[in-house]
Design a protein around this ligand. Structure first.
Ligand SMILES: Cc1cc2nc3c(=O)[nH]c(=O)nc-3n(C[C@H](O)[C@H](O)[C@H](O)COP(=O)(O)OP(=O)(O)OC[C@H]3O[C@@H](n4cnc5c(N)ncnc54)[C@H](O)[C@@H]3O)c2cc1C
Length: 383
C-alpha cells in the first residue's frame, strides 16, 4: 500500500482525500502546511487507515471523536476484486462495518476524512516522573483529573510505567505527560493536582506547534516507540478508571518481569485521551463497540525482549496475562470491564471482547455477504 501516497485537500477545505498507504507523519505535516489538522493516531509511523479501521484513538478525539468517526467515504476493493465506493449513502452497511472492523472487509485504496482549521493555540507539555513509593498518590491524581474521561478536550493524559535508571535503579518509575492545547497557566490547575502526588521531576515544554507535537511526546517516526523488528507482546484492557490495589499488584508483576535484563525496555502504557468528543457521536453509526466509547482508560503492559527463544516469549506472555488479569479484577463492578481495544488486541481475546456483542452479530452477517470465502482474516478475524 505504501505507493498509494496521494493527499489532496478538497476545495472547501473541510475534507482531505488520502491514499491507502499514507503514514501519519506525511498527512500531519502536509495538512499543517495548509493550516489544517485531522484526527490520526499518535505515532508518526503507523498508517492513517490502519488505526482508523479499528477505531483510531487520537489526541484530538476529545474534540472530534475517533479517527473512524471522521471518515466521510472510502473506496474499497472487495474479496471478489470489485472496487466499490462506500459512504453514508453508498453501501452504507459496509461503510458502517469499515468504521470499527474494516480490515475484515477489503482493501481501502483511498478514503476521505474531515479536516479542521489549526487552532491559534499551541501545545504545552508537562512531563512528570514519580518513584514507586508515590504510585497510589499518582493514581489518585490521575483518576481525579481524568474524571472518567469527562474533562476538557484540550487536555490529553498519557504516559508509561517503565525503567529509567537515572531515577530509580531498583524499581520501575512512572513517566507521565499532561498535554494541553493552551498555555502553561491554563494547564496549571491540572498540573497542581499532579504535583500534590509528589513527582521527583517536573519539566514543561511550551509553545509546541502541532507538527512538532509528536516528536515532543516521543512518538516521532525515528523515535523508540516507532522502532520495528522487536519481539513484542502486549495485553491491553480498557477501564473506567484505575483501581489502586490492582495497579499495585500489576506494578509488582511488571517490576518482577523487568528485573530480568532481557525485558528491561518494556513499557506499560497508561492512556486516557479524553472522551467528550467520542461520546457525543452517534453510537449506532459505526461498528465501534459502545464499551470503546464508554471506557476512557486504555492501558497496556507492552513487553519487549531481546533474543528469539521460545522460553523468553513464554515468560513475556505469562506475565502479560497476569498483568491484564490483575487490572481486570480491580474493576469487577462494570460488565464492560473485560473490553479490549481491537487495535491493541493480541489474538487470544474473545471476539465479543474486542468487537462487542451487538456489533459482532451484525458484522458476521455482513462478512458473509461481502467476503463469503473469508479472504480478509489476517488480524482478529471475524471468522
Ligand atoms: C508504534 C505504534 C503506535 C500506535 N499508536 C496508535 C494510536 O495512536 N492510536 C490507535 O488507535 N492505535 C495505535 N496503534 C495501534 C494501531 O492502531 C494498530 O497497530 C494498527 O493496526 C496499525 O496500522 P498500520 O496500517 O500502521 O499497520 P499494519 O500492520 O500494516 O496494518 C494493520 C491492519 O490494518 C490492515 N490494513 C492496513 N492498511 C489497510 C488498507 N489500506 N486497507 C485495508 N486494511 C488495511 C492490515 O491488513 C492489518 O490488518 C499503534 C501501534 C503502533 C505499533
Amino acid at each position: 500500500m505504501r505507493k498509494m501516497q496521494q493527499i489532496e485537500l478538497e476545495s472547501n477545505g473541510t475534507v482531505v482525500q488520502v491514499g491507502g498507504g499514507v503514514l501519519q507523519r506525511l498527512l500531519t505535516q502536509t495538512l499543517y502546511e495548509k493550516g489544517k489538522q485531522a484526527v490520526t493516531g499518535l505515532c508518526e509511523c503507523t498508517s492513517i487507515i490502519g488505526p482508523l479501521l479499528g477505531g483510531g484513538h487520537s489526541v484530538l478525539q476529545g474534540f472530534y471523536g475517533y479517527a473512524a468517526d471522521n471518515l466521510v467515504s472510502a473506496r474499497v476493493v472487495l474479496a471478489n476484486g470489485e472496487a466499490v465506493a462506500t459512504s453514508a449513502t453508498e453501501h452504507p452497511d459496509l461503510f458502517w462495518a469499515l468504521r470499527g472492523a474494516g480490515h475484515n472487509f477489503g482493501i481501502v485504496t483511498s478514503f476521505r476524512i474531515k479536516t479542521y482549521d489549526l487552532p491559534r493555540a499551541t501545545w504545552t507539555i508537562v512531563s512528570m516522573v514519580y518513584t514507586q513509593d508515590r504510585l497510589e498518590d499518582f493514581i489518585d491524581a490521575l483518576n481525579d483529573v481524568d474524571n472518567e474521561g469527562d474533562h476538557v478536550p484540550e487536555l490529553v493524559l498519557a504516559g508509561a510505567i517503565t525503567r529509567i535508571a537515572a531515577f530509580d535503579t531498583v524499581h520501575p518509575i512512572v513517566a507521565y505527560q499532561l498535554s494541553y492545547l493552551g498555555t502553561a497557566d491554563e494547564v496549571e490547575p491540572y498540573t497542581a493536582r499532579f504535583r500534590q502526588a509528589g513527582p521527583i521531576s517536573v519539566t514543561t515544554a511550551e509553545n509546541v506547534a502541532y507538527n512538532d507535537y509528536y516528536i515532543a511526546t516521543s512518538n516521532g517516526y525515528n523515535q523508540t516507540t516507532c522502532q520495528k523488528d522487536k519481539n513484542i507482546s502486549g495485553y491491553a484492557i480498557s477501564l473506567p478508571r484505575y483501581n489502586k490495589t490492582a495497579v499495585r499488584t500489576t506494578f509488582n508483576y511488571f517490576s518482577d518481569l523487568t528485573l530480568d535484563a532481557r525485558y528491561i525496555t518494556s513499557v506499560w502504557l497508561l492512556e486516557s485521551y479524553g472522551s467528550r468528543g467520542v461520546r457525543t457521536q452517534d453510537y449506532g453509526a459505526t461498528a465501534i463497540p459502545p464499551a470503546e466509547r464508554n471506557l476512557p482508560v486504555l492501558t497496556v503492559p507492552i513487553t519487549w525482549w531481546a533474543g528469539d527463544s521460545a522460553e523468553a516469549r513464554e515468560k513475556a506472555e505469562k506475565y502479560g496475562k497476569l498483568m491484564r488479569a490483575s487490572l481486570a479484577a480491580g474493576e469487577h463492578e462494570t460488565t464492560e470491564s473485560s473490553h479490549v481495544y481491537l487495535n491493541y488486541a493480541m489474538g487470544g481475546e474473545s471476539l465479543e471482547q474486542v468487537y462487542g456483542v451487538k456489533p459482532l452479530s451484525k458484522l458476521r452477517a455482513l462478512k458473509h455477504r461481502y467476503d463469503p470465502t473469508n479472504k480478509f482474516r489476517f488480524y482478529m478475524p471475524l471468522e
